[in-house]
Design a protein around this ligand. Structure first.
Ligand code: ZN
Length: 322
């Protein structure tokens, strides 16, 4: 059995009102299981034994259940019992985590927010490779956090933003985006005009220097607005070329995007071949600082109309989202 719950002590019998359902042979185990976990319902899920090999990996679904009220019990085996008793004990360790936020109030449009963000957490200390157990995360995402801080400095010095600018270093992206989820819920999404989430800009993109991609490019006209402001600079923003990887939904922009905010991630990471991605070798020496500076400059220049309130990107069509 695998029990996914936020309860420390759980006892279930046939009288507890749990619905019993199944995942049949040939189904997509993880997408089916994920649907049940996110359904908000108390469930017992009987899983065909042909999926025994991956059954243990269902424990990773606990991430999808942050503070949920329902519990889901996966049982390997298809025989439905008439009477049963399941007990599970979990030990919870509470960790205090914090986002770091700075705000430059708008001159005239105080309640119209523009967000710039990166995540400051990484994988921490893990399995040693060549006696190195520290996962630095220089590119993922100290690079994005650096961009966010540089932009904050730039706009503070410029001191002419009509909209309110919010600069956020998110925590806990790698374990499930919890920092961004919490922060995003503090806003009325209708008041957030745009979000620039910056992830892994320390290496050259697949198109070379002076370029980056924007996830979910086609979902709003924000990419086009940014590109128009860069005419003549030689810098190009492209649509995300790694659409099969679902990057739009995987980073810290996703929570606000799902609420309709034109919230995109800007990146240069070659997701099919980035050599140091999630490795101990993601070290500062691998970053191309000059190229990174060009990308930060491009974000600063291209966002000027959004910051002055003259340009407003279209909203994400929430009905069309997965
Ligand atoms: Zn990242």
């Amino acid at each position: 059995m695998v029990v996914i719950t936020c309860q420390a002590d759980l006892t279930i019998t046939e009288k507890s009102g749990y619905d019993i359902t199944t995942i049949a042979a040939g189904a997509n185990l993880f997408s089916e299981a994920n649907k049940f976990v996110q359904s908000g319902k108390n469930l017992i899920v009987l899983i065909d034994t042909s999926m025994a090999k991956n059954f243990g990996r269902l424990t990773s679904l606990k991430r999808q259940m942050f503070k949920a009220n329902n519990s889901v019990v996966f049982v390997l085996g298809t025989q439905q019992p008439k009477t049963f008793a399941i007990t599970a004990k979990h030990e919870f360790v509470e960790q205090k985590l914090a986002n770091v936020i700075g705000i430059i109030p708008g001159k005239s449009k105080l309640n119209e927010y523009v967000l710039f963000s990166g995540h400051y957490d990484h994988l921490g200390i893990g399995k040693a490779v060549n006696n190195d157990s520290i996962y630095n995360g220089a590119n993922d995402d100290a690079a994005g956090t650096t961009a966010m801080i540089m932009l904050a400095k730039y706009f503070k010095a410029k001191n002419d933003n009509e909209r309110t600018l919010v600069f956020v270093a998110f925590t806990a992206e790698e374990v499930g985006g919890f920092g961004a989820q919490y922060c995003s819920r503090q806003f009325n999404p209708d008041q957030v005009m745009a979000m620039f989430n910056i992830e892994m800009i320390g290496t050259e993109s697949k198109w070379g220097k002076n370029s980056a991609y924007i996830t979910g490019f086609e979902k709003t006209d924000m990419g086009k607005i940014l590109q128009n402001n860069l005419e003549g600079t030689g810098f190009n923003f492209y649509p995300d070329p790694y659409t099969d990887q679902n990057l739009f939904y995987r980073s810290d922009n996703a929570t606000l995007a799902r609420l309709g905010v034109p919230a995109h991630t800007i990146s240069t990471s070659k997701m099919d071949s980035e050599p140091n991605y999630h490795k101990v070798s993601d070290e500062i020496g691998t970053l191309d600082m000059e190229n990174m500076a060009m990308i930060i400059k491009a974000i600063a220049l291209s966002s000027k109309g959004i910051i002055s309130g003259k340009e407003t990107p279209s909203r994400v069509n929430v009905a069309g989202l997965k």
